[in-house]
Design a protein around this ligand. Sequence first.
Ligand code: FAD
Length: 544
Amino acid sequence: MPKRTPQPAPQLLVNTLGAFLAAPPAGTPPEVLEAFGGLGEGTAPLPPRLFFEAVEQAPVAISITDAAANILYVNRAFEGLTGYPRGEILGKNESILSNQATPDSVYQSLWRTIQRGQPWSGTLVNRTKPGGDYLAELTISPVVDGQGKINYFLGMHRDVTKVHALERALRHQKSLIETVLDAAPVLVALLDEEGGVILDNHEYKKLLGDLRGQEPAHLLRRAIEEQAGFDPLEALLTGRGFKDVEICLETAGSRGPRWLACSGERVDEIDPSVRSYFGWDKGRKRRLLLLANDITARRREVERAYLENLRARLAEQQFSQGMREALAAAIYQIQVPLNVIQAAAAMLKSGGCDPETLSETIDQINVTGQRALEALRAALPEEPREADAMVNINVLLRQILELETERLLAAGIVVDWRPAAVLPAFSAHKTQLRSMFKHLLGNAIQALMERKGPDRELHVSTRSSGDAVEVEIRDNGPGILPEERFRIFEPFYVGWRSKRGRSGMGLPLAQEIANGHGGCIEIDAEEGRGCRVRLIFPVGSADG
Ligand code: FAD
């Protein structure tokens, strides 16, 4: 006789009930048959076994307890999830699953709810038999009898550890993104199709404060429309973004206008509705990611540099105008003693000049000459006074090289610019130094233009040596003849082949400027081997 596997009590009960209903013994009261046949009310009567199997095979962990949570039945999924075989757990309290990490208040609320006859749903921290922790999403339903008494509870739970881990990872990711966005020195705003702000960052909120509550996104949109001529929200329709559009916002108070470089990119937001579950993406929403970089400081610097440049140019113009006027006055003033000299010479030639008249004429020449000198001194334009400023010579040289780019290219000069990576700034007269370097670089360019043949090279380098800054300007031009080498610092000496427009005052002035800054200038040149100008400035002195 084959050995029968013992059946668990509920299953035995159901099987017995099924057999009883299939062939009810004669005389069974019709009410009893009706009560059991009523399973599956409203539909065709279903056998109790079907209900049992449905519960037994359900993929969710199901347990039935008495009113004190002592376990009467568990299904297969319960065994699988908790690791407890039903033979071991039946009769034990559900608290066997607790890992003692769920706060008491949760259990109290659970019990309050189910004892009122209401279902309870929530999450508990459970422990399996082997000792693994998992998050249980649990629903408990009280089973009420005909008199409204709760005799049993039905518990259903599933493992939501992974879902929870995903949610946490998502939350962490979100807070990470928010932290990064807030730390970014750029204003960020995500706009919807109407221009409403969906998401923003710290910089955006700061601008909101500066604008005293006016929505920055609206103002930026209007400013882009007015100043750049297009509606940034059009980027949503066309899908074409925009980059570094510079706009100006006037802000109240003393801070002056704010300059912002705006960029926009269309971002499609995934449809979060359930309809998108199978890839339906008609609900996708178009968003505009608006980024704005505050470039006010840069703009102000450019404007300041422009004004400084303008001021220097006007001063130069004024100076050269003054010089022209002084020279015109010189020509006029010198004319008088010259006329007297000419008259005296004519008298001497004709022999009709006695010593007394000659002496008178010489006195007259002397007086008119002195007067001319005084008038000239008075007409000399005053050198514009300049305040000390911290000057970095690398910056000055780079600016001048940039200004000379066209001339250098036209003359086919190859520039080897080697600035010291870090050069100390020192207090100096910026305009003076600028005009000195402009003149010295101009000399090198002129020398290279007078050089026959190709390979015109200009080497410019700076160096920091202890407490001094050194500059070297070297060309491979024709160099300087030995007999001229000692004269180049003499005022009015012009050694160039083409002398037009040359006053011969460049190098004497350069020397004066270098000395005025406590520095020195050396020129090392050999005929045919180019010229090397070396300047040394002590750092920290500017008594010129
Ligand atoms: P306990 O001291 O037993 O209970 C903590 C608090 O709960 C008590 O201070 C009290 O306020 C309240 N409480 C406990 N028992 C009762 C009671 N009989 N009547 C009124 N109030 C009561 N717990 C889990 O941790 N994991 C589960 O998966 C789980 N599933 C359950 C399924 C069902 C169907 C039911 C009815 C309960 C389930 N419970 C579950 C709750 C479980 O029975 C315990 O209440 C819980 O585990 C706390 O047990 P404890 O020994 O740590 O503390």
